[in-house]
Design a protein around this ligand. Sequence first.
Ligand SMILES: NC(=O)c1ccc[n+]([C@@H]2O[C@H](COP(=O)([O-])OP(=O)(O)OC[C@H]3O[C@@H](n4cnc5c(N)ncnc54)[C@H](O)[C@@H]3O)[C@@H](O)[C@H]2O)c1
Length: 246
Amino acid sequence: MDLHLAGQNVFITGAGGGIGRETALSFSREGAAVAAADARLAAAEATAAAVQEAGGRAIAIAVDVTSETGVQHAVESLGPIDVAVNCAGVYRIGEIADVDPAAWQQVLDINLTGTYLVCRAILPAMLERGSGAIVNLASISGRTKSTLAAPSYVASKAGVIGLTMALASQCAGRGVRINAVAPGPIDTDMIRSLPDGLPDRLASTIPMGRLGTAREIAHAIVFLASGAASFITGETLNVNGGAFMV
Ligand SMILES: NC(=O)c1ccc[n+]([C@@H]2O[C@H](COP(=O)([O-])OP(=O)(O)OC[C@H]3O[C@@H](n4cnc5c(N)ncnc54)[C@H](O)[C@@H]3O)[C@@H](O)[C@H]2O)c1
């Protein structure tokens, strides 16, 4: 199976995080060049260094996905982008009483508006060239009931799924595919930083009996961005060890 990723330019936000870093490494293994973007420049640089140490090509850039001008400048500073992956995100737990309007807005700004801003900056050139692929990070929390995740997080990820379908249907006849991955709980800092006991509680809800790995999500992202998924658009792919099925 030819993934058609060799020589492609891949832009990844949240590339300093667990899933973003594995995604950068996975694209690089297929011969793609990576622009690793993160609000934490040092984390993006560590990802670029990991790709280079493995023999691949990568650069690091500082990008806050909530900044329209910051996103626009970052995209303009790069050459043509063949693939964009929206991994930047924050997780919150709690009930609605724990979510004041500022906390609500912050999560929506990063997870949903950030994804929209990156798509808006990147799509015109992809549509002009008539080719490209975008993969957004949704979540199991945006698809089914969630006992732990805050309403802000759930709403932001349900929004990402809607945004993915809206953009995919508008771009389907124009050579550009937009898909999403909906991970269950994955063993990254996002989950490890939860209060004691919660990561284990999450793992116990998964039929496969464990958290997923960042690499397992990276593989799904690479597949959706690749030529192997050439007839797939608007899809949100569940990767969750059997925790949620439709
Ligand atoms: N880990 C999980 O269990 C899980 C499950 C479902 C969905 N997801 C989603 O996958 C994506 C990646 O998660 P992860 O597990 O790698 O988390 P992570 O915390 O390891 O990485 C998230 C990255 O996003 C960056 N970031 C945060 N705000 C940003 C901003 N404003 N601009 C640019 N970068 C910003 C952080 O600096 C961090 O490097 C997120 O969207 C997350 O919601 C994760």
